[in-house]
Write a protein that binds this ligand. Structure first.
Ligand code: PMP
Length: 461
């Protein structure tokens, strides 16, 4: 059997990586010069690198390792499934037990009448499915001109052509002539950055009402759906004002527009409930899920669809599907992950222990001279770095300069936090203990202190 355990020295691994491996969202030249950090193992919330350093993963990988690393049950389930049925598809009038059991479980867990599941490999391609799905839905209902999907600037919905188009990241649109036609954007409910003199509640309503204006501008008879993350993740853990989602919901209902909640980050306990829609009071027609569905142990995503939408879709042949839609190993792993979230009381641990403790400690960071606001819902949180709390000012340097410095200090202090512009964000494994939360906060504070010291000496503060 091949094994990668006795690996080469770090410098050789880095040289091979630099020679042959193109990294996502990375400037290759810069990374190759510096050498990538090589992660070789992990347990619980702790990563280990090729030098043997233990690093606290404040991001749960890419917001996905909800049950923490190293759960052997998942490895065992995967091995068993690989021996029994490593692959079969669900095209051409066939099914298999892992796919149908996972679909049944998701229907049980999902709110309302979201009872039908179309599988994908991750979040991006599940959102591609959603584009085709909502357009097919309206075509089947005799309204094929209803094909416009409204999204928000600074949303993230994936990296495929469809996912990038639905997302509102201008830097991504600029690469590859995107978005595709039929996607429209409204502004995001980001009060800290864009709220001006309005109260958060006024601002939330103003931003939600942009949806109504956009629908009128496009023509209600042309709008198929609205898509949004309950809480924007990659955009900076942007928690919308309390007035936002109820108004969005009202407008979608008024114009009979399908509401897609992209739960790729918010799903599976991240916000303190099974789904972000429950935390934020949203009643979606479709939910996109991935990440926490398998806690990242196997690549899998899905669209969870309401009775109303599925009934129409069932009336036609939906010419869509991936070779690995409902991959048996990924489905079996996801089922075991859901069992652990439920039966091991991981979601209860979030509600009763981890989230309250993290909230108390995280919000206390707002007293740091660099920190403007500290926002947190469940186990996803952000802080805004600012030179002036009172005016919510931005730094005079390019956006992201200070955030990058802070992230580098976090790396040096062996805690993974991410920066989005000058916002620092975390999303740790849901299984994190209060003691580990204290370590995370202590390292975050130390990194903030060091960042402040550096920008002061560089004349940026
Ligand atoms: N939607 C959201 C809200 C996401 O955060 C992400 C990934 N960060 C995606 C979609 C894309 O998922 P994937 O990377 O699994 O394709």
């Amino acid at each position: 059997m091949t094994t990668l355990a006795n690996h080469l020295p770090t410098a050789e691994l880095q040289a091979l990586d630099a020679a042959h491996h193109l990294h996502p969202f990375t400037k290759g030249d810069e990374l190759n010069e510096k050498g990538a950090r090589v992660i070789t193992g992990a347990k619980g919330v702790w990563l280990r690198d090729s030098e043997g350093t233990e690093i606290l993963d404040g991001m749960a990988g890419l917001w996905c390792v909800n049950i923490g690393y190293g759960r052997e049950e998942l490895a065992e389930v995967a091995a068993r499934q690989m021996k029994e049925l490593p692959y079969y598809n669900t095209f051409f009038q066939t099914t298999h037990v892992p796919a149908l059991m996972l679909a049944k479980k998701l229907a049980e867990l999902a709110p309302g009448d979201l009872n039908h599941v179309f599988f994908a490999n991750g979040g991006s391609d599940a959102n591609d499915t959603n584009i085709r799905l909502v357009r097919t839905y309206w075509a089947e209902k005799g309204q094929p001109e209803r094909d416009v999907i409204i999204s928000r600037w600074n949303a993230y919905h994936g990296s495929t052509i469809g996912g990038t188009s639905l997302g509102g990241m201008k830097g991504m649109h600029g690469q590859g002539s995107l978005p595709i036609p039929g996607i429209e954007f409204i502004d995001q409910p980001h009060w800290w950055a864009e709220g001006g003199d309005m109260t958060p509640e006024e601002f939330g309503l103003e931003r939600a009402r942009q949806l109504e204006e956009k629908i009128k501008e496009v023509g209600p008879e042309k709008v198929a759906a609205f898509i949004g993350e309950p809480i924007q993740g990659a955009g900076g853990v942007v928690v919308p004002p309390s007035t936002y989602w109820p108004e969005i919901q009202r407008i979608c209902k008024k114009y009979d527009i399908l509401l897609i909640a992209d739960e790729v980050i918010c799903g599976f306990g991240r916000t303190g409930n099974w789904f972000g829609s429950q935390t934020l009071g949203i009643e979606p027609d479709i939910m996109t899920v991935a990440k926490g569905l398998s806690s990242g142990y196997a690549p899998i995503g899905a669209s969870i669809i309401s009775d109303k939408v599925a009934k129409v879709l069932d009336g036609t042949e939906f010419n869509h599907g991936y070779t690995y839609s409902g991959h048996p190993v990924a489905c079996a792993v996801a089922l075991e992950n859901l069992r652990i979230l439920e039966e091991d009381g991981v979601i209860k641990h979030v509600q009763n222990v981890a989230a309250p403790h993290l909230k108390e400690k995280w919000e206390a960071l707002a007293d740091h001279p660099l920190v403007g606001e500290a926002k947190i819902v469940g186990m996803m949180a952000s802080i805004a770095l600012t030179p002036d709390k009172a005016t919510r000012a931005e730094f005079a340097t390019d956006a992201g300069t200070v955030g990058y410095i802070c992230r580098e200090r976090c790396f040096a202090n062996n805690v993974i936090m991410r920066h989005v512009g000058d916002r620092m964000i975390i999303s740790p494994p849901l299984t994190i203990t209060p003691e580990e939360i204290d370590i995370l906060i202590e390292r975050a504070r130390k990194s903030l202190d060091e960042c402040l010291e550096q920008i002061r000496s560089d004349g940026m503060f």
